[in-house]
Design a protein around this ligand. Sequence first.
Ligand code: C2E
Ligand code: CA
Length: 708
Amino acid sequence: MQTLTERPMILVVDDEPHLRNSLSSILDLHGYASSTAEGGRSALQALEDHEFELILLDLGMPDIDGHKVMERISAEQRDTCVIVISGDISIDSAISALRYGACDYLKKPYDTNELMLKISNALTRRRLEKENKLINQHLKESERWYRYMVNNSPDFIYTLDAEGYITFCNDRIESLLGYDKNTVIGKHFSALIYPEDIEISQHVIKERRTDGRTINNVEIRIPHGAEPNLLTLEFSSFGIYEDNTPGQPSEYKGTYGVARDITERKKASELIMYQAYHDLLTGLANRNLFRDHLELAIAQARRFQHKLALMFLDLDRFKHVNDTLGHTVGDLLLIEVAGRLKNCLREGDTLARQGGDEFTLLLSHIDSQENVISAADKIIKEFSAPFYINGHELYVPMSIGISLYPDNGETIDALIKNADIAMYDSKAKGRNRYQMYTPNMNASFDQRFSLEIQMRKALERNEFQIVYQPQIHVGTGMISGIESLVRWASPLLGYLLPLKFIPLAEETGLIVPISEFILESTFKQTQLWHQSGLLPPRIAINISFRHLEQESFVDYISNLLSLYELSGSMFEMEINETTLLNEGNHIVEKLHALTEMGIKIALDDFGTGYSSMNYLKKFPIGTIKIDQSFMPKFVGDSDNESIVTAICSLAKNLKLNLIAEGVELAEQYHLLHTLDCNEAQGYLFCKPLSGQEITELLLTKSSLLPRH
Ligand code: C2E
Ligand code: CA
């Protein structure tokens, strides 16, 4: 058997050798490769061994005839085609050959050209069939893939007809919308959607446009049991149009759409948006949102020519609470503060937390300054009541600064800055109050900063000094104690009294090193008096709550006592009423620890603050000092006289030592004498003096009562 590769392989089957060979030669001449078989049997064998594109088959053969060969080919599904070449010329024979599966028929003797044409046609047809089959196979394959991809897509894919009936949808409908795909096809799309949402969703779902603008986000509810499921879907959809004859408007056939579930993405971006514009602790607007609102309010106020007010609010003792009770209590306090402020709001106002303990409030429409003042009054009043947090009673008053549009600024920054300046001014003037902005505050604001810088330098340059003021026995005029008072001799700012710098020192925390300097200087002076045998019965020192609240305060004092070899009983510490408001800062414990060292505690400025009998019972107070503002200013100043009288009898009842401060007039002294007040202090007896001057005074051991 001869074979030739890479050319179409043809099997020639004929029992007549010369026919077989001549056919083989002709094929060779025309560029075909061929094998020969001398009968049916050897033909079937050849088909077992090789694949043939074509078989030229004789019908009448002695062993197995051509019909049988074709039967086997068809039974075995051999991929080949057969041209029958037969001497039988009847039409029946041709028909039966074709019926057995032959693709063509040629009778002997044949015309070579006709044979070649038939061979070429058969082979071409076969090639085309093969290609077609391959294409079909690919198509089937890719359709399978597309189906797979469409059904496994995370997106919901659908087509609608022109009326909006669903003609196709992928499997995603089941997991996304909870519908069975098979029950949905043929339904109108609106049947899937919560009735109230049909209106908003219909143009998006049944999109008719075909351009690139057809991506839309829409929030729709899908009926889902009792509660409709709210989904945010992003639709990319476009209209399908029939290709029409040119010039004719094309006809809308339906919509092809893809919907993506962006509910989670939307929630996440909403959260990010929320975080960008809110203070997470209190839920209030943050600085950014506040600025946005303010910008809008300014634009409206400009347009409608009305005023608006901006309040800058600062808690007076927040840092202190945070430092002493910890951040958890601090955070809870801020939440409560935000709640209390919210109660003071009108509709349309914006309250924001700027950060820390600073809040801003925008009153977006005010008719007059009185509106703002009454709002500020309301806030101050609200904050005069204590907060109860984790068992602590906390007083945190507010200092408020107010700026008005357009009077105090026309821009966001100017209004905020000026309200802030007014707030600082309010703090400097004694806290727990509000202050309207005035232009001269800018200067005092700058002064504040230069004062702070100077104060820091003053510590390094030793510019602070201590003066001492005697306290006397009302009966004898003899010195009963000496109060130390701080002064600041600044080469730049002059000789400053404590009220000029102590509040800022307390605010900035500089009070602690300053107070340490005061204590050490006073202890040193006390040691000198002690060593020279001149020690007065008591040395009084003013203690700021900002120093007392320091954790190490008691240890610090005990170390100082041993360093200077002094005893606690030589000292009295003067604290004021606001110090006692600081519940929960271990103030009671600290005062008790100090009294255990022998140190006495005096309550300064009695009557000016939150005077409460409770303090006198709760804290280990030995002395009260009647504030100098209660000293009668003239003969017959009955208001002050009765206050002083009341305080004297209170002290007597509670068995407290009593010192009247700021005694300048002989009449005042006589009143105190009549009321049996034990001690007094004031210019009438002696002004504050330097340590050296007091030493000289102590040496004289004389009465300080004025001579008549
Ligand atoms: P304070 O404790 O009530 O002190 C008494 C103030 O009254 C002193 O003012 C004193 O000079 C003044 N004074 C005494 N006698 C008279 C008088 O007859 N008439 C008048 N008008 N005033 C009189 P100073 O020294 O200016 O102190 C003011 C406040 O500053 C003190 O009030 C005290 O609260 C605070 N302070 C003073 N020294 C210190 C200090 O060393 N440490 C702390 N933390 N605070 C201090
Ligand atoms: Ca004092």
